[in-house]
Design a protein around this ligand. Structure first.
Ligand code: ADP
Ligand code: MG
Length: 559
């Protein structure tokens, strides 16, 4: 280590203490900060609550000039600036919510170079470019950088303004921060922001103290009551899809003597902040909420989170369960999985601009809920983090299904994905492996590739289930941004080249073509029927000691 790095490190440690009051860095913060201080472009991927803000706030203090922070939410901007000011740091923000005079004052401060940080809404950036060129800029920070990805779950068109930043300010280091870690998003961020040489830092998304539990969504109220009976006065959050169901469930809990409140965007802001405060101060231990609840709530001792309904994607699920156990103590999470929810969530996605993408993410969420291997592996694998050991702290690890040696199947699948150059989605990969003689296959000349027909002895549906298991085991990944093509992960390379053993669970076909009279039966009713089938499946699986699968014909899912 040379002297300048040593000096740098003592300096940033003392800045951490004097300005933020912390003694130590959280995972990756120090490395990221040093990279920025060395004037390199950086991509920082950290889970929500991982401490991303500090990664640009601290360098902003240590460097000359003003740091420009691009941030999508005007409301959060003010909060961040307020708390910086409270720490004695010269910070300000510039966005369309301000009066002309306020904006002018900010611009004066910017020109006088008295600000260490200036938060700017991306849509307001063009108005500032001229001035920015005339002052010393220490760094650009693009917070929530996944918003630049046009296929992202949170795409903001205004983020397109940031595409030319690097070109206009080639000498100013740029740091992009996000909690969305999958490889495709990462690559897209680097491409869109034109920072191909950025160093990428990925903090672990693992929250080993959270027990991951997925249960069939039947008799949810009864299941919740018996869960709560063992939980004393512990704090917890129950997430529901609709405002109405938050109120209904909160009423049920209250009638059973629990201190619970409903929380949703339909309440006045006074009501909402009162409920939040009562929760944070342990006066109301249970909140039954829509996903509106949780952003910006700093409560370390939430002991459990229940998803009454299935979230629409894994990002949301991860974020919501992550609100429990921030203190590192054991916490329990339960996801209720019901097919009725899937149908409802599909309806929400239908007709939207990003329908295909949302449906693909929903399907991935469903696959997680149906996982037959360690949930944590599936969850972390989704975020591009690949663990080799089962976690021992999820429902599957507690009661695992019977496995067989699926190494050969896994090798065939991975090899097909590789030979298709990671360009094809699940359906085509299956067709190729099964040697399907159809036009799409022939058009692309895939009948000539080496793995064509390599798994023709396995039925389409079985093979599909195996590939899903490989996804859940983090061996494959889906590129949601582009037609859901399958990608190989570092684990896949181990399967292909290091003979890594792969276990697969048996898939028992219990094909049910449910004949329903379209005119008579609402999809709701059908969904209930599917749920009954699922219970049957569980029973059957218990009887025979291996997992059973219900395979729904595509036709039965259509409306
Ligand atoms: P993110 O943007 O990654 O979701 P934040 O930057 O909002 O996370 O930080 C989350 C919390 O962690 C904040 O309460 C912040 O004050 C705290 N925090 C950040 N860095 C540290 C640190 N080095 N030590 C202790 N707490 C920290
Ligand atoms: Mg943040």
């Amino acid at each position: 280590m040379n002297t300048s790095t040593t000096t740098q490190q003592t300096d940033i440690k003392s800045l951490l203490k004097t300005h933020f009051g912390y003694d130590d860095f959280l995972a990756n913060q120090e490395e990221i900060i040093n990279n920025v201080l060395d004037q390199h472009d950086t991509i920082a991927i950290m889970p929500t609550g991982g401490g991303k803000s500090l990664c640009f706030q601290l360098p902003a203090l240590a460097m000359q000039g003003t740091a420009i922070v691009l941030s999508p939410l005007i409301a959060l901007m003010k909060d961040q600036v307020d708390s910086l000011k409270a720490n004695g740091i010269a910070a300000s923000f510039y966005n369309s919510s301000q009066h002309y005079e306020e904006q002018q004052e900010v611009l004066r401060n910017l020109q006088d170079e008295t600000l260490k940080l200036l938060y700017v809404a991306p849509e307001s950036l063009p108005q500032l470019i001229f001035i920015l060129k005339s002052v010393k800029i220490s760094l650009f920070a693009v917070d929530e950088a996944h918003c630049i990805s046009s296929w992202g779950h949170d795409f903001r068109p205004a983020y397109m303004q940031l595409k030319s930043l690097k070109e206009q300010f080639p000498d100013v280091p740029l740091i992009a921060l996000t909690a969305t870690a999958d490889r495709p998003t990462r690559e897209d961020i680097a491409a869109q922001l034109a920072i191909p040489n950025a160093e990428t830092f990925i903090a672990s998304f693992d929250r080993p103290n959270l027990y991951l539990d997925v249960r069939p969504g039947q008799n949810r109220n009864r299941q919740i009551l018996s869960f709560l009976a063992k939980r004393g006065n512990q704090s917890g959050i129950i997430y529901c899809l609709s405002r109405k169901s938050t109120e209904k469930l909160a009423d049920t809990l209250k009638s059973k003597g629990y201190k619970a409140e409903a929380y949703h965007a339909g309440l006045s802001s006074e009501e909402r902040s009162e409920i939040q405060e009562n929760f944070v101060n342990d006066r109301t231990p249970i909140i039954v909420a829509t996903i509106a609840f949780g952003m910006g709530i700093d409560k370390s001792n939430v002991r459990w989170v229940i998803h009454y309904n299935m979230p629409k994607n894994i990002e949301g699920y991860y974020q919501e369960i992550g609100r429990s156990g921030r203190d590192g103590l054991a916490s329990h999470t339960i996801l209720f999985y019901s097919f009725a929810d899937v149908i409802m969530l599909r309806k929400f996605a239908e007709g939207t601009e990003t329908e295909a993408y949302q449906l693909a993410k929903l399907e991935r969420m469903q696959q997680y809920a149906e996982a037959l291997s360690c949930r944590r592996k599936a969850l972390l694998g989704y975020f591009g983090e690949h663990i080799t050991e089962d976690c021992g702290n999820c429902d599957i690890c507690k009661t695992p299904p019977k496995y067989f040696d699926g190494t050969l199947i896994a090798q065939k699948v991975c090899s097909a994905v590789a030979r298709l150059q990671e360009q094809e989605a699940l359906g085509m990969v299956l067709d190729v492996l099964r040697g399907a003689q159809n036009a799409q296959v022939y058009d692309k000349g895939y009948q000539h590739i080496k793995t064509f027909g390599a798994a023709k002895d396995i039925s389409w549906r079985d093979l599909q289930q195996y590939v899903i298991q490989l996804l859940n085991q983090g061996i494959l990944q889906i590129y949601f941004h582009e037609n859901g093509r399958l990608l190989l992960t570092p684990l896949a390379k181990k399967v292909l080249f290091e003979n890594k053993k792969v276990r697969l669970a048996n898939v028992l076909q219990e094909t049910e073509i449910v004949k329903t009279d379209k005119a008579e039966k609402s999809s709701r009713k059908r969904a209930d029927l599917f749920d009954k089938l699922r219970t049957l499946r569980t029973k059957l699986a218990n009887e025979i000691g291996m997992p059973a699968y219900i395979v729904f014909s595509d036709a039965s899912l259509e409306d």
